[in-house]
Design a binder for this molecule. Structure first.
Ligand code: UDX
Length: 473
């Protein structure tokens, strides 16, 4: 048996500390406790710690409250505020935030603070496992810092987290792969032993490669979405249906079916931050990340495209009343970070529209903190009363199944702009609405919008090589 396999066979129950109880940290802490380990979750925010101790997750993540309570009841999870005097943990997972700072660089203050505070209280043989998404080279910096703060023996392993909000527990328990990067092969094997029961393929590599795998993965997925969004604009001018195009592409296993949904673009706490950070790192080191720049620009353009569709259909945005469905950056989360829905709502407000936002889980305080002038409405039909248009921006299940007849009865104009392509065009049109979406053809008999010439866009059929001009949609 290899030395590494010995390590993996040995670890049954470990003492683990998880620093940072945000989305990643809380899921990781609860899942490790569920797997039978003794876990200390640490956070500097007193209110957050109090909520977690009482079994209430401060973040909305399906299944997390139940998992957290189970972990607390089992006695395997304790939650600590601030820095403990001593930590018995052999593994210290860093899951602190690395928000974007100016120019796309990541703000590493929380990582530095955590290492500064913890290095003096750790066991000499502890392994620092970094889960936070950090610029390439940060793992080396952490090792240098640990040395500086009197813990020269500490090993550092990079273990990027790939969990998605909304399916985070399943992503942790059934990962596609586990990536572990370190120059210390023994430490890497000790961490590998923790993940062995999950049965996932392991990528054992060096620190910088592991850090790069995380960025490259997110940048690739964001690129895939921007690619399909660019295809959707081409579909619009040539009269093809992007949903069918994506379906047809997805059967090819080399392409795959996922991340091919066209819409108002990507957002969230990871894609925008990570693509910008990778672009920034690459530029800083003298590389020319041209593709990444276009991927970001296409994503910005998607917001403007939605705005253009509403403006085109209504003639103007000035004074028009618009209901935006969705505030979260995607369904099944209350996270509004870099939410395309709120960015579109904000842009429409700036263009003079009277905008209301409706979301089943997001609270007004969260929206006000980021967009002070955007108002959230609790009830769909009350909010829709007198609206000139409804923009579907986040595909919550309740928005996919809208009460169209009731909406038609209360809205001033019957216009739905489907920014996620989730409604059935025929059903929406059948209920008397004008329907716009992203990259799908207009239908015969579509009710005319209030704007002149909306179906009669000039299309140069000679250049495009298509038979009949298609209306803008
Ligand atoms: C992402 C990565 O998937 C995850 O591996 C990483 O750990 C964190 O970042 P998450 O931020 O939860 O996860 O969002 P994800 O589900 O990947 O969606 C990102 C954005 O892309 C969302 O705004 C979503 O609406 C958009 N998207 C996704 C599309 O517009 N079309 C698609 O086909 C897929």
């Amino acid at each position: 048996m290899e030395a590494g396999m010995d390590e993996r066979a040995k670890t049954v129950v470990a003492d683990i500390a998880v620093v940072g109880c945000g989305h990643v940290g809380l899921v990781v802490a609860s899942c490790f406790a569920t797997l039978g380990h003794r876990v200390t979750a640490i956070d500097v925010d007193a209110a957050r710690v109090a909520s977690i101790r009482s079994g209430v997750s401060p973040i909305y993540e399906p299944g997390l409250d139940a998992l957290l309570r189970q972990a607390l009841d089992s006695g395997r999870l304790e939650v600590v505020e601030g820095t403990p005097d001593a930590l018995r943990a052999e593994f210290v997972f860093l899951a602190v935030g690395t928000p974007p700072s100016t120019g796309g660089a990541s703000d590493l203050r929380a990582v530095r603070d955590a290492v500064t505070a913890l290095a003096p209280v750790l066991r000499p043989d502890a392994v620092i496992v970094n889960k936070s998404t950090v610029p390439i080279g940060t793992g080396d910096l952490v090792a240098q810092m640990a040395k500086h703060f009197g813990a020269p023996g500490l090993a550092v392993v990079s273990n990027p987290e790939f969990l998605q909000e909304g399916t985070a527990i399943d992503n942790f328990m059934r990962p596609d792969r586990v990536v572990l990067g370190s120059s210390d092969a023994r430490a890497r094997e000790r961490v590998a032993a923790l993940f062995e029961p999950l049965g996932a393929p392991m990528v054992l590599t060096d620190l910088r490669t592991a850090e790069m795998i995380k960025y490259a993965s997110n940048a690739f997925l964001a690129t895939k979405v921007s690619f399909v969004n660019e295809m959707s604009s081409i579909c619009e001018v040539v009269g093809a249906d992007i949903a069918e195009v994506a379906r047809g592409m997805g059967f090819d296993e080399r392409i795959g079916r996922q991340y091919l949904r066209a819409g108002i673009g990507w957002g969230g706490s990871c894609f925008p931050k990570d693509v910008a950070a990778l672009e920034h790192t690459a530029s800083t080191f003298g590389a020319h990340p041209q593709l990444l720049r276009h991927v970001i620009e296409i994503n910005r353009e998607q917001r403007r495209r939605v705005l253009g569709k509403v403006r085109e259909a209504l003639g103007t945005l000035e004074g028009r009343r618009i209901l935006v469905l969705g505030a979260a950056f995607k369904p099944h989360t209350d996270d509004i970070r870099e939410s395309p829905a709120l960015e579109v709502a904000d842009l429409m407000q700036l263009a003079g529209a009277e905008v209301l936002v409706h979301d089943p889980h997001v609270r007004q305080e969260a929206v006000s903190a980021a967009f002070p002038s955007l108002a959230l409405a609790d009830d769909l039909l009350t909010a829709a009363a007198g609206a000139d248009a409804l923009v579907l921006a986040t595909e919550w299940p309740e928005f996919v199944d809208l009460p169209l007849d009731d909406l038609a009865a209360v809205m001033r104009r019957r216009l739905i702009v489907d920014g996620r392509n989730v409604l059935d065009p025929a059903t929406v049109r059948g209920a008397g609405f004008a329907y716009r979406c992203i990259g799908r053809p207009a239908l015969e008999g579509d009710p005319p919008s209030t704007a002149p010439n909306w179906r009669d866009a000039e299309v140069d059929t000679d250049t495009l090589g298509v038979g009949t001009p298609v209306g803008r949609r």
